[in-house]
Design a binder for this molecule. Structure first.
Ligand SMILES: Nc1ncnc2c1ncn2[C@@H]1O[C@H](COP(=O)(O)OP(=O)(O)O)[C@@H](O)[C@H]1O
Ligand SMILES: [Mg+2]
Length: 224
């Protein structure tokens, strides 16, 4: 019965055989507010299925990060409903890598014992970080050593290892060039075909990688 939710979105929909058969990963109908209860985005309806990438766009300050924070369960100031897969990963905007072993950073939130060296190497290879595969045990401040784009590749490798069913990504490709951003998203979709991705991004070229695009501008309260 849950699968009969009406899609009210005005996003551009591309027919996708994969998505038709996909299981629901996120269903939400909500209004997101600031702590003083000022509405940021009202009446947002989202329905995302396995195999889909939903791109959310809109100007800065609109409430995109607050929306993802709400969807992930880390923002209490909203009304409405949010249902999502229990295995969900949220990567906040500007996520940074704390000092530590590389395998620990890759395995997070699981323990570094959970994955084999082969699994780490494979994930690093997919995200274009093969040179790091001999440094899994190195305990340093990786954020100091890796470029912003390389740190975002590490975050992608983390997703490949953990295989969440719903990925809430907040500007997670912002430090990558167009080709790299596109390639990483394709790799993610290819390796996690049973997952859904919700990506907030300003990078308009990513529209072409998405099954659906929603400009959240239309959900902002009308200024008086
Ligand atoms: N903890 C907070 N307390 C008060 N206002 C907040 C808080 N977090 C975000 N906001 C406000 O919500 C608005 C939307 O922020 P944000 O979701 O980060 O926008 P976006 O990601 O679209 O750039 C901003 O005006 C911001 O000041
Ligand atoms: Mg933001």
């Amino acid at each position: 019965r849950l699968y009969h939710f009406v899609v009210l979105l005005d996003g551009e929909e591309t027919p996708s055989a994969q998505a038709t058969e996909g299981a629901a990963r996120l269903r939400a109908q909500l209004t997101v507010m600031t702590p003083d209860k000022t509405p940021l985005l009202t009446g947002v309806t989202l329905n995302v299925q396995a195999g889909e990438l939903l791109l959310l766009t809109g100007p800065s300050g609109l409430g995109k990060s607050t929306l993802l924070r709400t969807l992930s369960g880390h923002w209490p100031y909203y009304t409405g409903s949010v249902q999502h897969d229990t295995h969900t990963s949220w990567i906040p905007q500007g996520s940074y890598l704390p000092p530590g072993r590389l395998d620990t950073l890759l395995a997070y939130p699981r323990s570094n014992q959970v994955f084999s060296v082969e699994q780490y190497r494979s994930a690093l290879s997919v995200v274009g970080l093969m040179p790091l595969s001999d440094r899994l045990e190195q305990d340093i401040d990786w954020a100091q050593q890796l470029s912003g784009g390389e740190q975002q590749r590490v975050l992608f490798a983390r997703l490949l290892l953990n295989q969440p069913k719903l990925l809430l990504l907040d500007e997670t490709t912002s430090a990558l060039d167009e080709t790299s951003a596109r390639t990483l998203l394709r790799q993610l979709k290819q390796h996690l075909p049973d997952s859904a991705i919700v990506l907030v991004s300003h990078q308009t070229f990513l529209r072409e990688e998405a099954e659906r695009v929603i400009d959240l501008t239309g959900y902002a309260p009308v200024a008086e």
